[in-house]
Design a protein. Structure first.
Length: 501
């Protein structure tokens, strides 16, 4: 049995079992095979035992406290209602894991709200923040063609993030649009009362999850002692950097680079929708191992050096190498199923430890950039993990970070600690508080050291571990062309025990 839906009572489940293909009930089946995944619909007396537990008890309890919800949402860079707002419009969004299943708007209120502030207050209402309940009566479901409007896309994005931030997998999220044109989280019910439409939507998502789980067990390997490791995981990346003049000013990357290409530029949106292109971006081809990807990165840097002929410009990377200029170290992953459990493993076992290696400006990047669970699905079937800062400081660091990502992608089923579920640990992450995070990382690292993929790269990972435990931060003002031996600093080839550039 791969999936079981455990609900507190038949009344709480409503019509959900009518649409489920996965088994369900008020009690787990006795005897026989333990389900790999259990979705808890309603607050149980204690958590069920499962490899993947959807809607853990602490998340369900947290969702019932408005103040706690607001703290988590604001900590993660989202706006949360205080109770004094006037709404131009409101939406309800049904969410399962990383998907917005459907969107409703207040009946009789236009869903298309201008992007700017000062919208007319037609249909405005006051709404105190708190759990959403009562299904979708009095709301109009929006067809797909109406869901591309600016505020609806924002509402869907914020609703998915709101569920993830609370450690949950399901939710009916209410989002308001205030008079300034901002989307604001009003409330969330993780297990709402289910009318026929909601039951159909959530059951469909649960059925798809169960199918993906069964497929993952076949393609990634069933998690158990001695089982084969997942195969076919490939990595790509598009780390960013900026160009600094000798006088300290910055040169926009689009002076030398086009938007597309192996080496390109990326945009930053300023106030009043003004767009600039200050960031250079390396886009090496995806590879099967971290070492191969680092070699590809080196080749793209050599190409970048040819396209950026002004050798007086320093190449800087990190979290915030220039005032207001954040650089990301996005990693692309394919060959493994994207879901909350993998994403939380990446947050806890990669993003959190990497704080110990960041420069002093790291806290300024978050939460606008580098927020937990920042991910985008890609057309090729994989996904882009966007939470990390740019790790280009030197080839040894790049190899270690990519090896850590690869290790977590291979072994996420065995990585069960989630310290980022705690508000104080989240706060330390967003503030870059290395002293508070060091003992947490030490415990996480014990899990990593037991993994076969870690042992295969023990030399690289042990050196990285020691640097993390020393809380040794990279220098964001140092030109990373020097350790990479990129022209004009190419006197001799850079080397590493695991690869030769």
């Amino acid at each position: 049995m791969s999936m079981f839906v455990l609900y507190g009572s038949a009344a709480a489940a409503g019509m959900l079992p009518l649409y489920l293909r996965a088994p369900s009930g008020e009690r787990l089946p006795s005897g026989g095979k333990v389900p790999k995944a259990v979705l808890q619909w309603g607050v149980p007396p204690q958590d069920a035992q499962a490899l993947f537990l959807l809607n853990p008890l602490k998340g369900l309890i947290r969702a019932g406290h408005s103040r706690t919800c607001r703290e988590f949402w604001r900590q993660n860079g989202m706006r949360a209602a205080s109770g004094n707002e006037e709404w131009v419009n409101q939406f309800q969004v049904a969410v399962f894991q990383l998907d917005a299943l459907a969107v409703w708007t207040k009946a009789g209120v236009s869903a298309l709200v201008p992007a700017g502030g000062g919208a007319r207050a037609t249909g405005r209402r006051k709404q105190l923040p708190g759990p959403v309940s009562g299904g979708t009566g009095g709301w109009r479901e929006l067809p797909p063609e109406e869901q591309e409007a600016y505020h609806i896309r924002r509402a869907k994005r914020d609703a998915v993030r709101a569920v993830y931030a609370l450690g949950l997998s399901t939710g009916l999220v209410r989002v308001g649009v205030n008079r300034e044109g901002n989307t604001v989280l009003i409330g969330l019910d993780p297990c709402p009362a289910l009318d026929d439409r909601l039951a159909e939507l959530f059951a469909g998502a649960i059925n798809r999850y169960a199918e993906k789980l069964e497929e993952a067990e076949r393609t990634e390997g069933i998690w158990q002692s001695g089982a084969v490791l997942p195969a076919g995981v490939r990595l790509g990346a598009d780390p960013e950097f900026v160009l600094r003049r000798p006088d300290g000013g910055f040169v926009p990357a689009n002076r030398f680079l086009e938007k597309a290409g192996t080496v390109g530029c990326d945009a930053v949106v300023l106030s009043r929708d003004r767009v600039i292109h200050p960031l250079a971006e390396l886009r090496p081809r995806p590879c099967g191992t971290p070492g191969e990807l680092v070699r590809e990165l080196y080749r793209t840097m050599r190409q970048a050096a040819r396209q950026i002929p002004d050798v007086s410009l320093a190449w800087l990377a990190g979290s915030m190498p220039g005032k207001g200029l954040s650089t990301g170290g996005h990693v692309h992953i394919s060959g493994v199923w994207l879901h909350h459990h993998l994403l939380r493993a990446l947050d806890n076992y990669v993003a959190l430890p990497l704080v110990l290696a960041e420069g002093e400006a790291a806290g300024q990047r978050r939460p606008k950039y580098g927020f937990l669970g920042d991910v985008r699905r890609k057309r090729h079937g994989g996904f882009e993990y966007r939470t990390l800062p740019s790790w280009l400081a030197n080839p040894e660091l790049a190899l270690a970070v990519l090896t850590l990502v690869h290790t977590v992608a291979l072994h996420y089923r065995e990585l069960r600690q989630t310290p980022l579920d705690q508000l104080d640990i989240q706060r330390a992450y967003y503030n870059g508080d290395k002293a508070q995070l060091l003992p947490v990382v030490r415990k996480l690292w014990e899990d990593l050291e037991r993994l076969p993929a870690y042992r295969r790269s023990k030399g690289t990972m042990d050196v990285f571990r020691d640097r993390l435990f020393r809380m040794e931060g990279w220098d964001e003002q140092a030109d990373f062309r020097i350790p990479w031996k990129i022209p004009p600093y190419q006197e001799k080839a850079a080397t590493h025990p695991a690869f030769v550039l």
